[in-house]
Design a protein around this ligand. Sequence first.
Ligand code: 5GP
Length: 185
Amino acid sequence: MSVLLVIAGPSGVGKGTIVRRLLERNPEMWLSISATTRKSRSGEEHGREYWFLSPEEFEQQRDAGQFLESFNVFDAKYGTPRGPVEERLAAGQDVVFEIDVKGAQAIKAAYPEALTIFIKPPSREVLRKRLHDRDPSADADELDRRLAEADAEEALATAFDHTVVNDDLDRAVEEVQAAVDAART
Ligand code: 5GP
C-alpha cells in the first residue's frame, strides 16, 4: 500500500533534514516539489527545492485549479502542484509533502488516509537559533514574527496523527520511519 506522508512543523525545525534522511532510506518515496513566489535562497534550484514562480504565474496556476492546496506563508505564496502527486499515487508510489500546518490540514482533508506528522523543536531557544543561522540577515522583529508563527502552528499540532520532537535527529528519523512502516501494515 502506498503511503501519503505529510511532514509539517515550524520553519527552521529541521523538517528538510528529516525528509532528506527518509528519502535516502526509502528510495521508492517521491517528494512533492512545491511552487512558491518567494525568491530562491543561495544554493536552491528551480525544480529541485521549489518551482519558483512569479506572483502572476502562481495566481494563474492556482485559478486554473492546478494546486492541491495553497497558502500564504510569511509574505510569499506556497502551493502543492496537483498533477505530479496524482500521477505518483496512480502509479502506487509513496508521496511525501513537506509543508506548513495549514497545508497539512488541507492534504488530510483531500486524502483522509494521509499520515500527518508534526515536527516540534526541542525548545523555543533552539528554534530561534536555527532560524537565525539559516537566515542571518533576519532582524529581531523578523525572528519574533517567525517564532510567533511557530507558536500558532504548535497550537494546531493536536490534529496530527503523530508529533515528533526533533532534539536528536537519528531518533526523530526513526520515529517517523516507524510511523510510516506501521501505516503500511
Ligand atoms: P521556506 O520558505 O522556509 O522554504 O518555507 C516556509 C514554510 O512554507 C515552511 O513551513 C514550508 O514547509 C512551507 N511550505 C513549503 N511548501 C509549501 C506548500 O506547498 N504548501 C504549504 N501550505 N506550505 C508550504
